[in-house]
Write a new protein. Sequence first.
Length: 196
Amino acid sequence: MSWPLPISYLQLNVFWAIMAVGAVALIWTFMRSRRSGDAARKGKRSTVGILVQSLGFAAAGFGPLRLTLSSAAASSVLSTLFVALFGVSAVALFISSATAMGRNWSVVARTRSDHQLVRNGPFAVVRHPIYLALLLYLFSLSIAFGHLLNLVIALPLFCVGTIIRIREEEKLLRAQFGDDHARYVREVRAFIPGVF
């Protein structure tokens, strides 16, 4: 397999369109979740997890682009379908998860005194669906840029960052919700349904 893989403007433009929709969704979620009030607890290591996940995204996108494919080429159409499948799924999962979380959502792990343990929507299937959405987005990015080989570095970085963040969030939720959270952990997987 050559690196980077040849790509077309079609798959790249579809990715940028999905990224724009994702950015709007992120801004909407951030604005919607802002409120005054005291944070009960903040996860100290959550920022480290965010940084490591970001390094995973940087690794997935790092490198030159080979924009040599015709948009009508079979490999371009197939790649574009995968970019769209992963990217649209990521944005849809993020939006549905953020909607279910409401004002509980935050970039950095934290709980508030009025925090709720959300178990509806995507949270009925996995405890951390937004990280699953980010994983799907990572795949979309890698395919769009023709950097599938970069996943050798990007995926481990992303997974380490995600594990750090999951542990921080689980610790905060366990402290706030006790037995209710323990029951939720027993009943619903953390990240990938039926796996982890």
